[in-house]
Design a protein. Structure first.
Length: 94
């Protein structure tokens, strides 16, 4: 199994069940070198404790299982869906 699918499996099977207890989740955005970038979903997306959750829950699980990964970071970019939505608004569509 390639690294991307290993990370997705860990998120699905180990991380997201824990985050679901707080009405949230995590999704893989990309892997660059030894860093995993994730997007937080649901209630976790706007939680003020998101960094603690990443460090104490997500990073702990991923680094323990995949030693080639050295960091887990919150993705700070804008989603494709949000860009498409903004384009529709600017074009006068709703």
């Amino acid at each position: 199994m390639d690294l991307e699918n290993q990370v997705k499996k860990l998120l699905e099977e180990e991380v997201n069940p824990k985050l679901a207890e707080h009405f949230g989740g995590a999704e893989l955005v990309q892997i660059k070198e030894d860093t995993v970038y994730i997007k937080m979903l649901g209630a976790c997306g706007g939680c003020p404790s998101v960094q603690t959750t990443i460090e104490e829950v997500i990073e702990d699980i991923i680094l323990k299982e995949l030693p080639q990964i050295k960091r887990v970071c919150l993705y700070q970019g804008v989603s494709d869906e949000m860009i498409d939505f903004a384009k529709r608004i600017l074009a006068g569509e709703r």
